[in-house]
Design a binder for this molecule. Structure first.
Ligand code: C2O
Ligand code: CU
Length: 600
């Protein structure tokens, strides 16, 4: 699909260039090869658009607006040229305009097609046509001037409208405040202190990282608790001039503990503290990170891991937590190490590897030397996972977690990230096993089906992800959009407590978007129209690749105001953030120029 989207964009640009180059050459003979190339590029793109349409209607309307008339003109021009005649000049001019307008529609309008967007793109053409037909010079000037003023006014209005106000409150009608939706008052059974501070950390290879850390460590401390614990975490901020929060990624805590600056709390200022408390109800693999300036903070090191062991006795295991992270400058670590680590594990010992992607991009993990299963994804056990070998690789989306389980064999086992054979983790004794070429595990077909909890849906939403030119806080940019808008203007998904909510997520762009919903796990229903045929998949982060359409559902069982965003955090910073808002829940916190809060 990515190939088709890239081809579409490529043909769009090429056709626009060729038509513009072709129309002033009124001598058909000189223009013929160019013209034929323009015709072919246009017809080729029409075929690509038809192919795109097979993925769903969301990919079509903006493209059809210009592709249909342009293709007709291309056919007219093509017929003329094959008959050795010169196409009419108006045909060439109109084609050139439509070809360029097609590019503008693609960059500015997207989905859904709005009247305003169409006027902005096609209006100048209409004005030019009018000016050309008019006889009086004054009338021509008036038309051109009016069109220019209208365009400028629209641009200025959009820029001004995108500026963040001093304080922007979320859903401030009457109701329960997120500040009152806190964890239990009873005393904690486990307490931790995490202190944010700047530190220069030396990695095992000797490379140093100029980092923001929790307790001076990269990654931050592993918080390991037992199901049922009342967990208390005191956050202290000793960073010189940045606010900090703690967000429990994938852990469905009460809204007031969710740690989003400007939504569930104010960012903790330098010198300040905040105490989080929640019951560890679910077992599994999770992580935590700051949610103030998260795109900078997480990359610089303000992250760590959270593991909740099931209550009751469990077999003696080798249980390793392995976050994959990339720092500025490109150094990648598995766990805390940027070189090969080795560890002795006796044969016959059950092993659990908790792979966590704390980076902005997906990473490919391969396990060789043993057969294994993926026992859990995003902290939720899978149903009947089948045994895999090194011929299968795992694509770990940004923010996601896979628990890999196996019994230690007699030989060594190697865990490799992104094909870097000389690094990674080597378990057991003996030579490192080789990695064959692998194919990626399709998690939607892995494991055994079981009946899902949803029968009907109370709410049905669609999120169309794209990349469009938009103003972000007054500055124009090639932003990441949802339904054509950027944060904070994306309409929230309004839900009532108890709702079964179905969401269709469509990726029209050429980047992948690991979408992360706070406070809930979603059940994946289908991908690209094909129902999940493996284990039920309860995810908090699902990677929507270019051209993909995912349908997911969740139960609105955790009242609050929750972020729903792309976990490629620079994408979030460039607009791809919205809220799931429960009716009747308000927030006293605000984002904006006169607040300490910048969640992304
Ligand atoms: Cu990992 Cu909005 O979070
Ligand atoms: Cu994204």
């Amino acid at each position: 699909m990515n190939v088709v989207l890239v081809l579409d964009l490529l043909l769009l640009v090429v056709a626009a260039g060729l038509w513009v180059a072709a129309w002033p050459l009124r001598d058909a003979r000189a223009g013929t090869p160019l013209l034929m190339a323009a015709v072919l590029a246009t017809v080729g793109r029409a075929a690509v658009v038809v192919a795109l349409g097979r993925a769903g209607w969301w990919f079509l309307p903006d493209r059809l607006v210009t592709a249909v008339p342009l293709t007709l003109l291309a056919v007219v021009a093509g017929i003329a040229v094959t008959r050795r005649r010169k196409p009419a000049v108006p045909v060439l001019i109109a084609a050139a305009y439509l070809a360029v307008a097609g590019l503008a529609v693609q960059l500015l309008v997207g989905y859904p097609v709005t009247a305003g967007g169409l006027v902005a793109v096609l209006g100048p053409g209409a004005a030019a046509l009018l000016a050309w037909r008019l006889q009086a010079r004054a009338a021509r000037i008036a038309v051109v001037a009016a069109a220019a003023v209208a365009l400028l006014a629209a641009g200025v209005t959009a820029a001004a409208g995108s500026r963040l106000p001093d304080r922007l409150h979320h859903h401030a009608e009457h109701g329960v405040s997120v500040a009152d939706l806190r964890g239990p008052a009873r005393p904690p059974t486990r307490t931790f202190t995490l202190t944010a501070r700047a530190a220069v950390v030396t990695l095992p290879s000797g490379t140093t990282v100029d980092a923001w850390t929790f307790n001076g460590l990269l990654p931050g401390p592993e918080l390991r608790v037992t199901q049922g614990d009342v967990v208390e975490v005191v956050l202290r901020n000793e960073l010189p001039d940045t606010g900090v929060t703690l967000h429990w990624h994938g852990y469905d805590v009460p809204a007031g503990e969710d740690g989003v600056a400007g939504v569930t709390q104010d960012a903790v200022p330098p010198g300040g503290t905040f105490t989080y408390r929640f019951v560890a109800e679910d077992a599994g693999t999770y992580w935590y990170h700051s949610h103030e300036l998260s795109s900078t903070a997480v990359r610089k090191g303000l992250y760590g891991t959270l593991v909740v062991d099931p209550a009751g006795t469990r077999p003696a295991e080798t249980d390793l937590v392995l976050p994959v992270h990339r720092f500025d400058g490109g150094v990648t670590v598995l766990g805390g190490s940027d070189r090969r680590e080795t560890r002795d594990v006796p044969a016959g010992r059950p092993v659990r590897l908790r792979l966590i992607n704390t980076d902005n991009n997906a990473h490919r993990v391969a396990v060789s030397g043993t057969s294994y299963t993926v026992g859990a994804i995003d902290g939720r056990d899978l149903n009947g996972p089948a045994s895999l070998t090194a011929e299968t690789t795992l694509r770990l989306p940004a923010g996601g977690r896979y628990d890999v389980l196996f019994t230690m064999p007699a030989g060594a086992v190697h865990v490799m990230v992104d094909g870097r054979e000389s690094e990674g983790l080597l378990l057991g004794a003996g030579a490192a096993p080789a990695h064959p070429d692998g194919t990626e595990l399709d998690i939607t077909r892995y494991g055994t089906p079981a009946r899902g909890p949803f029968g009907r849906y109370d709410k049905d939403y669609t999120l169309v992800l794209d990349r469009l030119i938009r103003f972000l806080d007054g500055v124009p940019g090639y932003a990441y959009t949802v339904n054509g808008d950027v944060y904070p203007d994306i309409a929230p998904l309004l839900v009532d407590e108890g709702d079964a909510v179905r969401t269709t997520v469509v990726n029209r762009g050429t980047d992948s978007h690991p979408m992360h919903l706070h406070g809930h796990h979603v059940l994946v229903l289908s991908r690209n129209g094909r129902a999940v045929s493996g284990s039920p998949l309860w995810l908090d982060t699902f990677d929507v690749l270019p051209g993909e359409v995912w349908q997911v559902a969740f139960r609105a069982d955790n009242p609050g105001i929750w972020l729903d965003h792309c976990h490629n955090l620079p994408h979030a910073r460039q607009g791809m953030v919205l809220h799931v808002a429960y009716r009747g829940v308000t927030s006293p916190f605000a984002v904006g120029r006169r607040t300490p809060n910048h969640p992304e």
